[in-house]
Design a binder for this molecule. Sequence first.
Ligand SMILES: [Zn+2]
Length: 111
Amino acid sequence: MNKILKILIVLNDLDEKLKIFKDPKYREIFNISSKMIQTWEKKRENEFNKLPIEIQENYERLRKRYGFGLASVTEGSCNNCNQKLPTFMLAIKNPNKELITCPNCGIYIIL
Ligand SMILES: [Zn+2]
């Protein structure tokens, strides 16, 4: 698997966790402390810093626009914008070896 994609998957997972941890509703239910959030933020920062600067910028831009920077594919369609991906993209022999983005919404794609 592509090295950057691997980092993006971990980063996306950490961002999802942090989103939940920071939600006041969940914080109360699961008794999430500020210290816990700090620990996860540090993990997130470590992962983020492994990315090349242009990927960092793009990822943050996507997150601002869509709430996340990475999307999976269901039945040939991007799970962010629901547009069908071009056939050649879906026919790639070694999926996820290259870092690809959705031609429609620009989000990073995991096949
Ligand atoms: Zn898309």
